[in-house]
Write a protein that binds this ligand. Sequence first.
Ligand SMILES: [Zn+2]
Length: 237
Amino acid sequence: MNRANPTPATKDTESRTPYSNEEIYGRIQKAVLEHRLAPGTKLIEERLAEVSGVSRTKIREVLNKLAHEGLVTLVPNRGAFIASPSVEQARDVFVTRRMIEPEMARLLSQSATPPQVRALRKHVKLESDARKRDDRPAIIRLSGEFHVLIADMVGNEILLRMMRELAPLTCLVITLYDKPNAPACPHHEHSDLIDAIAAHDGARAAECMLEHLQHIEATLNFEVVKEASPDIEAIFS
Ligand SMILES: [Zn+2]
């Protein structure tokens, strides 16, 4: 994951295999998820092509895909920027999550298998390890992925696609609007939710999820908008 600590084989950028479209897409998405790319950052095609070693055509394809998912905004004659959700859009993200995720938790609590419950607990362990290291980018990314994991376990492709779009958007919203020192997802709330799912208590699972989303939203401050700090290198670091 980290090219800041290159192995001898990847140290020489000249000899490195060029990134695939999927890798570039994944890296930009991850940089957004981990808050290493601030909303409003301009994504310069030439620069991305240079750093990644792939053609501008491929970079454009990746940027179009990201734009389709709402993570990137394409401005005619100006280029591509990391999306910067407005207060209204930020609220819409949470309204939508409150509509679908309690039901998603209820559904999983009906069908959850012991291996799925174990996988959820393992994920929470990763979150708690990140917390111990005080690794905020990882905490935020893992918190978002927890919710995508639940959608994946429900086994509904459309729901999964929606959650895959909503999780990065939520990260952008948190980057823009979180109060200083606000945590991502409160840790024990994920564990409480898993307990309800493991007990096949659908009503409780839905309630846990709703309260959890309300808590995240309550840590946001829609009156302050932070300045974006452009850092294209952050994608490949
Ligand atoms: Zn959460």
